[in-house]
Design a protein around this ligand. Structure first.
Ligand SMILES: NC(=O)C1=CN([C@@H]2O[C@H](COP(=O)(O)OP(=O)(O)OC[C@H]3O[C@@H](n4cnc5c(N)ncnc54)[C@H](OP(=O)(O)O)[C@@H]3O)[C@@H](O)[C@H]2O)C=CC1
Ligand SMILES: Cc1cn([C@H]2C[C@H](O)[C@@H](COP(=O)(O)OP(=O)(O)O[C@H]3O[C@@H](C)C(=O)[C@@H](O)[C@H]3O)O2)c(=O)[nH]c1=O
Ligand SMILES: [Mg+2]
Length: 302
């Protein structure tokens, strides 16, 4: 199985590059400067010429606060750009797996969101990702829109890395405790994408396998509890730690609004694709260990 992955240095792109060979698949990564989603001319040609069994769009404008200042760029990359990628998959007659986000919801619900719930984003990033979902779906029925959340990994920028950095600099970290969701390992997402991709390729005529699916780590928490777990696991390994001071969203002003309830119900993915990601605390451990090991000064062997 040969995946064309859009995105090169991103968390999910790098996780796919690491996990594909382990799982007997091949991932070919395409990204800037050759392929720029902000500049759709030529995107289809590059993807079609590269050739593969399936396209994964793991590239996106992901700077949530910055998107408030440049919504047009976010819409171009996450909306129109995603549509161009799906257009290429349609031209190749192969499936596309497109990543989307919990931030398409407003967070007002008192239960985990299902795929059948109406999206209603509260910020520019979420709006741009919703445009992308609609653009992908309009180009080809042979798609999966995989909504995930709170991604962390040893790669790129993410909350785990930020917390470990802050813990090296100070004793206390203030973190919001009234936004709830599921931390999700990019490496688990890669495994999930490969499993789902195999289902699509081996059962090409099953329309129930296509459409929108939620896929996050199992279990729910808050950002404050997530931070506390990062510090607990890090301390056990002799890494940096800090005290978490829980605060309300109102006490952590940011340019973008974020949903208070980011919890996604992932039972549709389990029922139809037989895929469920591990408990979030379990997957956090190897990531924290990797980041601590990477930060240690290298031993010199004489
Ligand atoms: N991060 C998160 O917490 C969550 C992310 N998602 C979604 O999951 C997907 C993957 O996210 P994640 O791996 O964290 O993303 P990252 O922010 O780690 O990486 C983004 C990737 O997109 C690429 N990219 C950005 N702009 C362009 C562009 N104009 N043209 C081509 N490539 C571009 C980047 O390329 P380059 O390497 O050149 O910078 C990078 O490879 C995205 O669709 C995101 O919306 C969903 C839920 C949560
Ligand atoms: C760094 C920091 C953040 N926070 C808060 C801000 C925010 O509400 C929450 C998480 O911070 P982040 O900057 O990681 O949040 P954010 O970049 O909004 O994370 C989101 O990224 C996009 C791409 C997604 O799709 C979402 O699923 C989600 O992962 O924690 C603190 O309370 N204290 C801190 O020291
Ligand atoms: Mg961020």
């Amino acid at each position: 199985m040969r995946f064309i992955v859009i995105g090169r240095e991103g968390q999910v792109a790098r996780a796919l590059a690491e996990r594909a060979p382990v799982l007997g698949a091949k991932a070919v990564l395409l990204g800037r400067p050759q392929l720029d989603l902000a500049n759709p001319s030529g995107i289809e040609d590059i993807i079609v010429e590269t050739g593969g069994d399936l396209v994964v769009n793991a590239a996106a404008y992901t700077a949530v606060d910055q998107a408030e200042a440049e919504p047009d760029l976010a819409n171009a990359i996450n909306g129109i750009g995603a549509g161009s990628v799906a257009g290429a998959a349609a031209a190749m007659k192969v499936p596309i797996i497109h990543l989307s986000t919990d931030y398409v919801f407003d967070g007002a619900s008192d239960r985990p969101y299902r795929e059948s719930d109406e999206p209603s984003p509260v910020g520019a990033y979420g709006s741009s990702k919703l445009l992308g979902e609609l653009a992908v779906a309009s180009k080809t029925p042979n798609h999966i829109i995989l909504r995930t959340a709170w991604i962390y990994s040893p790669f790129g920028r993410n909350f785990v890395k930020t917390m470990l950095r802050l813990a090296r600099e100070r004793d206390n970290v203030t973190v919001v405790s009234d936004q709830h969701g599921s931390p999700t390992s990019a490496l688990d997402i890669a495994d999930g994408i490969i499993a789902v991709g195999l289902n699509l390729l081996t059962r090409p005529d099953e329309s129930s396998l296509r459409g929108v699916f939620h896929m996050t780590g199992s279990g729910f928490t808050s950002w404050a509890e997530f931070a506390a777990e990062i510090f607990l696991q890090s301390a056990r390994l002799g890494g940096p730690s800090a005290q978490v001071r829980p605060i309300g969203t109102a006490d952590y002003p940011t340019p973008a609004m974020r949903p208070a309830n980011s919890r996604l119900d992932c039972s549709k993915l389990a029922d139809i694709h037989r895929v469920a990601l591990p408990i979030w605390q379990t997957s956090l451990k190897p990531c924290v260990k990797r980041l601590i090991d990477e930060a240690r000064p290298q031993e010199t062997h004489l």
